[in-house]
Design a protein around this ligand. Structure first.
Ligand SMILES: [Zn+2]
Length: 236
């Protein structure tokens, strides 16, 4: 009996560091995210690279961009990538007019996606145009949570939104910079019509993260939320 007890105690000590290591490895995850699509050419180019490199990504689509680009939306879905909702108009005046209009824009986009795919997807993953910083407050938070949405900002920004024409090597350099100590990385990139240099940088970005031992994953309704803390003075 005593021996058994000793063995149990010993196995605990032996297994803890092993478990620790496994957990650390599992946490090294990268979520590639592409905002503002779908677009012809650019989104398709990104999809080609993702297929070649055999990795999956998450596309934060804008509802009105889907119109006349339905085949691109279908391809994203068919090739196993995930969707996030990124409003219908991406027009800050409309989107941020009120928490109600923000939520309505997300619902419209969800509806559009399902209409085109002829599916009944329940996408709870959302992203604020421009990120949640300075926009998310208690009122928005309550409206968002009432609908069960999950907010995703980022901790790696290749800076292709504000500066789409930076040389590709700059995007690769930026992709290595993380704004916090998380082993999980959420990389922000774009697939607007002006993001050709993002397409050029993408193979090197993916190779870098493969070399660093990262696992590529998609953001789903079960993924741990990631958003910037909002200020207490915004509380109502
Ligand atoms: Zn955007």
């Amino acid at each position: 009996m005593q021996r058994l007890f000793l063995m149990v105690i010993l196995s605990l000590f032996i297994s803890i560091p092993t478990f620790g290591l496994i957990t650390e490895e599992q946490e090294k995850i990268i979520y590639l995210t592409f905002d503002d699509g779908p677009t012809q050419g650019i989104t398709e180019n990104i999809l080609d690279t993702l297929k070649q490199e055999d990795v999956k990504a998450t596309f934060f689509v804008v509802g009105r961009e889907i119109i006349q680009r339905e085949p691109v939306l279908k391809r994203i879905h068919e090739e196993g990538h995930a969707f996030g909702l990124h409003t219908f108009t991406h027009d800050y005046k409309k989107v941020y007019a009120s928490p109600e209009s923000f939520v309505k824009e997300m619902e419209e986009t969800q509806k559009k996606i399902n209409e085109i795919l002829n599916e009944d997807l329940d996408v709870k993953v959302i992203r604020f145009p421009g990120g949640s910083a300075g926009k998310l407050n208690q009122q928005y938070f309550d409206a968002i949570k009432k609908k069960g949405y999950r907010i995703f900002d980022w901790n790696v920004n290749i800076e292709d939104g504000v500066q789409p024409n930076l040389p590709p090597y700059k995007f690769v350099e930026n992709s290595k910079i993380c704004s916090d100590n998380n082993t999980t990385r959420i990389l922000l990139a774009h697939c607007n019509l002006n993001n050709l240099n993002t397409c050029k940088a993408l193979p090197a970005i993916i190779r870098y993260y493969k070399e660093q031992g990262y696992t590529f994953d998609i953001i789903t309704n079960d993924t741990k939320e990631y958003y910037y803390k909002f200020k207490d003075e915004d509380l109502k």
